[in-house]
Design a protein around this ligand. Structure first.
Ligand code: ADP
Length: 356
């Protein structure tokens, strides 16, 4: 199937510095897609190139099969919501949303019906005649979204639209944005540096770093199967063990870590037997028990730190070989104290051998 958006080997230079490095990304219609990465990694530039506000240095951008690479913003059917989501302060809520439709020359009774439909979608039917300064922050945000959706763009571009909100409102708006996207069936391209935001809302996350795509996939895959250290640390937390690959059976690797045999899952092509690789292990994948367990993976250590975190307890376990790992355990079941000797392990499917 033809993707709605196709960034084809897009590069963007500012002077000599490469802000976007060979971006090749296909976006299917109706999906919530997030560009995720640290500040300066090229997220906004990518979004702005699709919007027509930046010209790619090379490569092509296709929208619905049509080459829009060098078309001005008003000649492509996309719309953008900025972080400050500025509404026109002197226009009512209804007129704010109607604005883009009036520009398009839509007949006024049609505009009225469309505005009321959009307001109903965010439960603001009774607010059409209010002025923006009579709305709460969350309401203003919803109106700004509806204004951007009103002209029925093929893609809605959202550049960190939630970052100015306080934590509670931001969480509410995450749920609401996702629900609006699902109800309208529109394609959203969202930019954020906040991994939790990306995990909560996206169908597809594109993790970027230094202008490059590090990995793309659905939230669960990115979390459970990061391909490299960058992704494993940027999304959630990870422990890393440097080990030697001994053998591979199916997608399970047997490795030697400091003389102990451990196991982990391979996500990509196997490295050569005998080579050194990194195993990534989520804190919540680790179990800790007091006696040597009868399991495939068991490493002895001692608890050097124990922090109660409410919904979990974080243990730092100093392994006998000198390395420390962080484990997150259920606080109810947890009897271990600082200074206790423990054995730790994990299920082999919960640890991954990184590709780098
Ligand atoms: P992000 O959105 O991930 O924070 P940007 O896409 O804004 O990153 O920026 C990527 C890189 O390009 C950064 O190094 C940034 O400093 C640079 N950059 C962005 N816009 C411009 C510009 N107009 N002129 C020069 N450099 C820019």
């Amino acid at each position: 199937m033809q993707p709605l958006v196709h960034f084809k080997n897009v590069n963007k230079y500012y002077g000599k510095s490469l802000a976007v490095n060979n971006l090749d990304l296909k976006i299917e219609r109706g999906k919530f897609v997030t560009l995720l990465g640290p500040s300066g990694c090229g997220k906004s530039t990518s979004l702005r190139m699709l919007g027509g506000f930046e010209d790619p240095s090379s490569g092509a951008i296709l929208l619905d099969g049509k080459d829009v690479t060098h078309l001005p913003p008003h000649r492509r059917n996309v719309n953008i919501v900025f972080q400050d989501y500025a509404l026109f302060p002197h226009l009512t809520v209804g007129r704010n949303i109607a604005f883009g439709l009036e520009l398009k020359g839509m007949p006024s009774e049609k505009i009225h019906a469309r505005v009321m439909d959009l307001l109903a979608l965010v439960e603001l039917q009774d607010y059409a005649d209010r002025m923006p300064d009579q709305l709460s922050g969350g309401q203003r945000q919803r109106v700004a979204l509806m204004r951007a959706l009103a002209p029925d763009p093929d893609v809605l571009l959202l550049d960190e639209p939630l970052s100015a909100l306080d934590a509670k409102l931001r969480h509410q708006m995450q749920i609401e944005l996702k629900s609006i996207q699902e109800k309208t069936g529109k394609t959203f391209l969202f930019v954020t540096h906040d991994q939790e935001e990306a995990l909560t809302m996206s169908d597809l996350i594109v993790v970027m770093n230094n202008g490059r795509v590090e990995q793309m996939g659905d939230p669960h895959t990115l979390y459970a199967r990061p391909v490299n250290r960058f992704v494993a640390t940027f999304i959630g937390e990870s422990n890393f063990l440097d080990a030697e690959l001994r053998s591979v059976e199916g997608n399970i690797a047997t490795l030697d870590w400091c003389g102990h045999i451990i196991h982990a899952t391979l996500t990509g092509p196997a490295a050569k037997v005998g080579s050194h690789v990194t195993v990534a292990l989520r804190p919540e994948a680790i179990y800790a028990v007091s006696r040597e367990p009868d399991r495939r993976i068991a490493l002895p250590g001692r608890i050097t730190n124990r922090l109660f975190k409410g919904n979990f307890t974080a243990l730092t376990v100093g392994l006998n070989e000198g390395q420390s790992l962080v484990a997150q355990l259920d606080p109810v079941a947890l009897a271990h104290l600082e200074g206790d000797d423990v054995w730790i392990g994990w299920r082999e499917e919960d640890a991954v051998v990184l590709a780098d």
